[in-house]
Design a protein around this ligand. Structure first.
Ligand SMILES: [Zn+2]
Length: 313
């Protein structure tokens, strides 16, 4: 007996409903850096050519306010809420088969998602924290490489220190390819004689929002998969499902129908996999969506052999 395959729709709804919140939290976090840094301080730091000093001034690394900020729960908070909602939905669909209860989801996780930070760090919440720490590192590192680039251009005399400070402020949070896009937009505005600081700032903000949405799409799907895994794991720990008789199946949803990577996964794992064991895939072992590729929207279902065998007996 299998948990419903169409359940992926519920997981997608849970993830998609929070895309704007995650994107908004990301954009606000970066904007708070941009508005809080004084251009004159940044200029001073650029003049020293000390990358660490500039990074500190911008609050990169640990102080990057993605995890939580004064305006809301931040990216990590929304992601944790997504995970809890997915875990609760998963637990409730398993109800008839495994007597799962809604309160199955670890209370510590729920407390974290509500913003009541506790001293306990259960593994699943730990995972949400690890992911947001990875995001912070990725954003910080990309920004630092941008700063390095701008400083070396400024040293070569392409523009003055004031302009370098302005450019550094505008590339916080952008990916390298987005910095390229911004540079091309600036060159075009200059060539057309339409350059103004406001115009280029608007382009930078638009790129920042695009990045926020991409991050949000990946993080919300990750969180809903993690919630599903968590509910299964909690049910296993509470003895509600017997891993000996449980197989996990990979489901290619219509959203991923044309993906050549994911298309192969069901046939590479014709008998499913035991709980906690990765699936074979063309890109190596994968545990859960979106592991195979960015913006993967696949799903998984459980099959309880014990129930089927008992019904057949
Ligand atoms: Zn996929």
């Amino acid at each position: 007996m299998r948990t419903p395959e169409k359940f992926y729709r519920a997981l997608h709804r849970i993830a998609d409903a929070r895309i704007d919140d995650v994107a908004g939290a990301f954009v606000r976090a970066i904007q708070s850096i941009q508005t809080n840094v004084k251009l004159s301080d940044l200029e001073e730091a650029v003049r020293s050519r000390d990358l660490r000093r500039i990074a500190r001034l911008l609050g990169l690394d640990d102080r990057l306010p993605i995890t939580a900020n004064s305006t809301g729960p931040g990216v990590a908070g929304v992601v944790a809420r997504t995970q809890v909602a997915a875990a609760q939905a998963t637990a409730s669909t398993m109800g008839a088969l495994v007597r799962a209860r809604l309160d199955l989801v670890r209370p510590e996780t729920v407390a974290f998602a509500r913003g009541e930070m506790t001293a306990v760090a259960p593994p699943q919440v730990g995972r949400a924290r690890v992911r947001s720490a990875q995001l912070v590192r990725r954003v910080s590192n990309a920004t630092k490489s941008g700063i390095r680039e701008i400083i070396s251009e400024s040293v070569q005399g392409e523009f003055d220190v004031r302009e370098a400070a302005r450019r550094i402020r505008s590339i916080v949070g952008l990916r390298p390819d987005q910095r390229e896009t911004l540079n091309r937009a600036r060159a075009k505005l200059v060539a057309e004689g339409r350059f103004s600081q406001e115009r280029i700032d608007r382009v930078a903000q638009r790129l920042l929002r695009q990045r926020g949405i991409l991050i949000a799409r990946t993080e919300t799907i990750k969180a809903s998969s993690a919630g599903q895994t968590q509910a299964w794991e909690d049910a296993r720990q509470q003895g509600l499902i017997d891993p000996k008789f449980t197989r996990v199946f990979w489901i290619v949803t219509p959203d991923d129908r044309l993906c050549p990577i994911c298309e192969m996964i069901p046939s590479l794992n014709p008998d499913g996999v035991p709980l906690g064991v990765p699936f074979e895939s063309p890109v190596g072992p994968v545990f859960e969506p979106p592991d195979p590729h960015p913006s993967c929207r696949c799903s998984r279902a459980l099959e309880f052999r014990e129930v089927s065998e008992r019904l057949a007996a």
